[in-house]
Ligand binder design. Structure first.
Ligand code: AMP
Ligand code: ZN
Length: 119
């Protein structure tokens, strides 16, 4: 799957050009631990295709990749949740959404009770 953005940190992880603590990898997605975890488990799930955000991903990814991204987030959540107590999946988009890395990623947070509403 093409991921050609040389300056993109998550494309570099997809291509194994920089290290990450990976928990899952296949032809559509890579999942790895966040460097600055906000919960006992904080994993990022990224598509192997470079897309700036959710909106761009929906416009350009295949149906198979779209399905796999969400299935992978659920798999990671189920793997790391405490005794079926659940987990949270978050997507930030743009400045108001709090996005800091311009390659779509799903945050999977688990291992503690989450507050609502988010900040
Ligand atoms: P967001 O603010 O939604 O764009 O989330 C970006 C996330 O990427 C943050 O939680 C960062 O801690 C995380 N992050 C940035 N660089 C890396 C990296 N090289 N490896 C793992 N996580 C990273
Ligand atoms: Zn990228």
């Amino acid at each position: 799957m093409n991921s050609k953005n040389e300056d993109c940190i998550f494309c570099n992880i997809v291509r194994k050009e920089i290290p990450a603590r990976e928990v899952l990898r296949d032809e559509h997605v890579v999942a790895f631990h966040d460097l600055n975890p906000q919960a006992p488990t904080h994993v990022l799930v990224v598509p192997n295709l470079h897309a700036q955000n959710l909106s761009e991903f929906i416009a350009k990814a295949s149906a198979a990749m779209k399905a796999r991204l969400f299935a992978a987030a659920a798999e990671v959540g189920k793997r790391f949740e405490r005794e079926r107590k659940g987990f949270r999946v978050v997507i930030n988009e743009g400045a108001d959404g709090g996005q800091t890395v311009g390659h779509l990623h799903l945050h999977v947070l688990a291992g503690r009770h989450m507050q609502w509403p988010p900040g």
